[in-house]
Design a protein around this ligand. Structure first.
Ligand code: FO1
Length: 307
């Protein structure tokens, strides 16, 4: 069964590990968010692509949900001593990824090519594609300033009041090679339990991708990142409100209308099933908070069966 998953970073990593355990590696394609890509010390950092790659390679720092396990931060300390900004913590092992990516991009490689090469070198057999090779950048406008996603999320700790979210460059961006085919030829399309606004939103802001989702014959199944009126992690609630979305599985369904067919929701939200059905989305109650690997695999099975 060929499965294509739309994914952000931390929220997606667990479900992707579960899917990887259920499928032949070649049957899993991941379309990753690049809206929160950033430049640090002259290096191109693709946080969500790296989180997914590290997760599938078994190298992710699971407690943090980003960066590599067994990490050290000597280079960060040395950069601080030289007066460089250090609010975005690049670890020593993680640096190898950004150095390799930046050098390859400078030599003319596409983000798709270098993402594939990094994944292969780290032993990942699933296909990880950036949503686009062209720059798309999520910007967050608060009552105080217009910020890049990482300035808002990491530097300012998501504290400002968000008034709008933009995906700069998205309306002109073309999907990366293979993305449209992966959606069109899939047997299932999965929307991971990622932030609908800043993780999946940038992917959907690429016009040809949303057209492919509307026209694919594959059933599209999502997992709610919202449980009982609050996000499982991160600032999804405030960002959904800023976009006029209800902070509930209903808001998630609204973000993915009209192409989402099925949404896995937590048992605590089972009462919303009739309203979801009225919105055209079949609700399936499941244990969607993955607390261990068995939970990741069980939810992945549930996603594949729900379709
Ligand atoms: N998140 C943080 O909260 N603080 C950090 O210093 C930080 C550094 C970092 C370095 C590399 C990387 O790939 C991710 C990193 N993240 C950090 C996570 C990242 O900013 C966000 O979790 C994602 O962009 C949201 O999906």
């Amino acid at each position: 069964m060929r499965v294509t998953a739309l994914a952000g970073g931390t929220g997606a990593a667990k479900l992707l590990r579960g899917l990887a355990a259920c499928l032949a590696p070649r049957d899993l394609t991941i379309v990753g968010n690049t809206g929160d890509d950033t430049e640090v010390w002259g290096l191109h950092v693709s946080p969500d692509l790296d989180t997914v790659t590290y997760a599938l390679a078994g190298l992710l720092d699971v407690a943090r949900g980003w960066g590599r396990a067994d990490e050290t931060f000597h280079a960060l300390q040395a950069m601080a001593a030289l007066g460089a900004p250090t609010w975005f913590s690049l670890g020593d092992r993680d640096l190898a990824t950004h150095l390799t990516r930046t050098a390859a991009l400078r030599d003319g490689a596409t983000l798709t090519a270098v993402t594939g090469r990094l994944a292969a070198r780290l032993g990942v057999e699933a296909r990880i594609l950036p949503m686009s090779d062209e720059p798309v950048r999520t910007t967050i406008t608060t009552t105080e300033a217009r910020l890049t996603f990482q300035e808002y999320f990491v530097r300012d700790k998501a504290l400002g009041d968000v008034v709008r979210v933009d995906y700069d460059g998205a309306s002109m961006a073309r999907p990366a090679p293979g993305v449209l085919e992966a959606i069109g030829d899939a047997d299932r399309v999965v929307v991971c339990p990622s932030n609908p606004v800043t993780s999946i939103g940038p992917i959907l802001a690429v016009p040809a991708i949303v057209e492919a989702l509307r026209s694919t014959r594959a059933p599209i199944v999502g997992v709610s990142p919202i449980v009982g009126g609050a996000p499982v992690s991160g600032p999804a609630g405030r960002l959904m409100q800023a976009r006029g979305l209800d902070v509930s599985p209903l808001g998630v369904a609204a973000a993915y209308a009209p192409w989402l067919r099925t949404l896995l929701i937590d048992a605590r939200d089972a009462g919303l099933a009739p309203a979801l059905e009225r919105a055209g989305v079949r609700a399936v109650a499941a244990d969607i908070v993955m607390t261990d690997h068995a939970g990741e695999v069980a939810l992945a099975r549930g996603v594949l069966e729900a379709a």
